[in-house]
Write a protein that binds this ligand. Structure first.
Ligand code: 3HC
Length: 717
């Protein structure tokens, strides 16, 4: 049969198996195949019912995301769904794995839904800048009620089968073979029932919601809080309003189609789909073959029980891997474990985990004072403060203490991973794993590839990163790696703007309105202004101009949030920043002392200078081969630095603005500051060909790396 559906008949039940690996999206061949197989089953008198299932680990993972924005020929999803919904024979969705987006929408067109225990459902279109456009916004509210449906669609979360059963999305849970159970279910309903229910006809819950304004206002509040700046959530809410208020289901479907097109045409859709594919591409390493063997990670060790060490330990425990923390100081260890326990208790209080789950998960974390206790672990992650000498000492000891084939990883944010590798007898097993704080929350994991890191180590870490629910991105071992190197230019520009006449709250609000989750001065206050100040003092080096205001504030004991005053003032017990007018005289003085004439600066100039600093440095990182592809930098910025996902990351933002426009702006800035604005050759060449960053071939040679400091604190911000 043409199309990607395997057709067979068992006991009078036609089994339609979607076969579009690896996750069975509703690509053209699937839509064709569904229509043909439904017609075949319908016209075969020996068939009394139809089971629809998926081959492999997925039922149907939704529409084929790669088709969005393309010219599509052949039958639409709606054509295929009509065949299912209008079938005279009962159609049972046998959900064997992920039923997401168009996959759940397919199941909602079936008369009945049975799921295996591994099955899960969800409408994650919002994460792609879209809304469920194949009836999901009209059918799900009819099944679970508009309030619950809105929560599902606005969060995009995955719901396990057991929960879906409770909610009434599925009718039965299979304990054994899902297809066999679905066939039995089909035979039973075909025999017993003359008519079979359709979700489109269930009006009770939408009618009950009519006139209840709280449902929509709560959804709007949720979207404002969790999806700031995004276009699709508002459209999802409008669709549900239509489902509630329109008497005719098909009229609701028309509205859904109208709003879906609006989302499809919105630039946010392109940006967010770029990140969907970007994250998947980032997990692959160009010169590490797919078939590279990976080590099993069954037990982990962590060195250091501070905030980072504790957060990383939680990541392992959360996925069921036992983890042992070693600290040299008993008091520290006690404090660290208490902090982990508090984090878990907080999750229990918020209903994010049950007390039993907490007991089980926290129980996977053990601790002690000696390296001997971690002799049998498969990986150790060192998470002490950023000092190369200390880390070298730890790596030497670890090399002796843990089994020979264990991976030794450093959670460094900027130190030389090759230096760490070279002090061990296993340089191939040494790698950087740069987690972001708080490590149990932030998704970014920068994987730092040393000169000698083996393919097996890299493949293992990339797969471990995914298992830990992180977004792993590979960086060569080069100063600042990817994220902090780009950040350096961004904060340099923010500080220069301050010297030239802008105020911290103006810079922050311009960038927050652009979509950054936190402006640079709020971020500096959060991290602590004194860190860089102390490091500069210790090293005895002259501060760069861009650190002069920071230093002047520290000289007046303004260290940031930690003591209630920095670029902003803070009221005790609150993290909300209040402008600090008393600082303005300091800014004026430092500007004057350093030859700056303060002037009015527009929000657009702030955005351009800070964001293009990221883009220009990103382009240089790409030229040097420190990052494998431009999308990797977008994944870094979205998952680690609060860049708005709906802009697709800094490199995609530049692509969408046009690299010729970006190039011209950099030229203009270079007139005043040629040293900083040395334009990347890549931007120049792509702007001439009207190209995009994704078009640049990955460099074959890795350039030699130099310039690491012994401590990465001062370099970070
Ligand atoms: N369309 C096209 N390709 C898809 C896809 C989809 N819906 N879902 C996954 N893929 C591809 C991935 O790009 C990846 O390709 P690669 O191997 O070349 O990198 C491959 O399938 C495997 O994907 P993952 O690495 O993500 O596999 P996992 O096993 O980790 O996760 C999953 C499986 C949970 C299904 C995850 O892939 C996922 O969340 N997929 C997207 C689900 C989704 O967003 N569905 C909604 C689509 S939009 C829609 O349906 C619109 C409709 O309402 C009209």
């Amino acid at each position: 049969m043409k199309g990607k559906i395997n057709y067979s008949v068992t006991d009078g039940i036609a089994i339609l198996e979607v076969d579009n690996p690896p996750v069975n999206p509703l690509s053209d061949g699937v839509r064709h195949g569904l229509i043909e197989s439904m017609e075949k089953a319908e016209s075969d008198d020996s068939v009394v019912g139809i089971v629809l299932t998926g081959k492999g680990r997925s039922f149907i993972a939704g529409a084929d995301i790669s088709e969005f924005g393309q010219q599509i020929e052949g039958p639409s999803i709606h054509d295929a769904f009509e065949k299912i919904e209008k079938s005279t024979k009962p159609v049972i969705a046998a959900i064997n794995g992920s039923a997401l987006g168009g996959g759940l929408e397919t199941a909602l067109c079936c008369h009945y839904r049975v799921s295996s225990k591994q099955g899960f459902i969800g409408l994650p279109e919002v994460n792609l800048g879209l809304l469920p456009g194949a009836g999901g916004t009209q059918r799900l509210p009819r099944l679970v009620g508009p309030a619950e449906a809105l929560k599902i669609m606005l969060s995009g979360r995955h719901i396990p089968a057991v929960k879906a059963l409770d909610m009434g999305v599925i009718d039965s849970l299979s304990e054994g073979d899902i297809v066999e159970d679905a066939v039995a279910f089909a035979k039973d309903v075909a025999e017993k029932n003359e008519t079979h229910p359709l979700v489109r006809d269930l009006n009770e819950k939408v009618l009950a919601a009519r006139g209840d304004e709280s449902i929509i206002s709560e959804a709007r509040a949720l979207a404002a809080k969790t999806r700031k700046g995004q276009f699709a959530p508002g459209k999802i809410i409008q669709c549900v309003e239509e489902a509630i208020n329109l008497d005719d289901f098909d009229e609701g479907m028309k509205k859904e189609a109208e709003y879906f097109i609006e989302c499809l045409l919105n630039p946010q859709r392109e940006a967010m789909i770029h990140i969907f594919f970007g994250e998947r591409a980032a997990s692959k390493i160009n010169d590490v073959p797919k078939e590279t063997p990976k080590m099993d990670i069954n037990k982990a060790g962590i060195i250091g029980s501070g905030t980072m060490g504790g957060g990383i330990a939680m990541c392992f425990a959360n996925i069921g891997i036992p983890v042992h923390i070693v600290d040299q100081d008993e008091e520290n260890l006690k404090k660290g474990l208490a902090a982990i326990e508090r984090n878990y208790k907080f999750m229990v209080d918020r209903g994010r985990m049950s007390a039993e789950q907490m007991e089980k998960t926290f129980g996977l974390i053990s601790s002690g004072l000696s390296y001997e206790e971690i002799s049998d672990v498969d990986i150790v992650i060192e998470a002490v403060y950023e000092n190369l000498d200390l880390k070298l000492e730890i790596f030497k000891k670890l090399d002796e203490a843990v089994k020979d084939d264990a991976i030794l990883a450093s959670n460094t944010s900027g130190l030389d991973v090759d230096a760490l590798a070279d002090c061990t007898k296993r340089p191939g097993k040494v790698v950087g794993t740069h987690f972001f704080s708080p490590a149990n929350v932030m998704r970014l994991l920068e994987v730092v590839r040393g000169e000698k890191t083996s393919d097996e180590t890299l493949a293992t870490i990339m797969s471990l990163g995914k298992a830990l629910k992180k977004a792993p991105v590979v960086s060569l071992n080069a100063p600042g790696f990817i994220g902090n190197r780009m950040l350096f230019g961004y904060t340099t520009q923010a500080n220069k703007l301050l010297l030239e006449g802008a105020l911290p709250h103006q810079v922050d609000s311009a960038l927050e309105n652009f979509g950054m989750s936190m402006g640079p001065f709020r971020m500096l206050d959060l991290v602590g202004l004194d860190l860089g100040w102390r490091a500069r003092k210790l090293s005895g080096t002259e501060s760069p101009i861009t650190a002069k205001i920071n230093d002047a504030l520290c000289d007046l004991d303004r260290y940031g949030q930690k003591n209630g005053k920095g670029f902003y003032n803070y009221v005790e017990g609150s993290r909300a920043p209040h402008p600090a007018p008393e600082n303005e005289a300091i800014y004026e003085q430092v500007s004057k002392d350093n030859g700056f004439e303060r002037r009015e600066i527009s929000d657009q100039e702030i955005i351009d200078r800070c964001i293009l600093a990221l883009v220009n440095e990103g382009a240089k990182i790409l030229e040097e081969g420190v990052a494998q592809r431009s999308g990797d930098m977008d994944v870094v910025y979205i998952n680690g630095y609060g860049f708005p996902i709906w802009r697709g990351g800094p490199m995609q933002y530049a692509n969408m603005e046009g690299l010729d426009v970006i190039s011209a702006k950099i030229d203009e800035f270079a007139n005043n500051d040629p040293e900083f604005w040395r334009k990347a050759d890549l931007i120049e060449s792509l702007s001439e060909t009207k190209g995009r960053f994704g078009d640049a071939p990955a460099p074959e040679d890795r350039k030699p790396v130099s310039g690491f400091n012994k401590s990465s604190v001062a370099g970070n911000l």
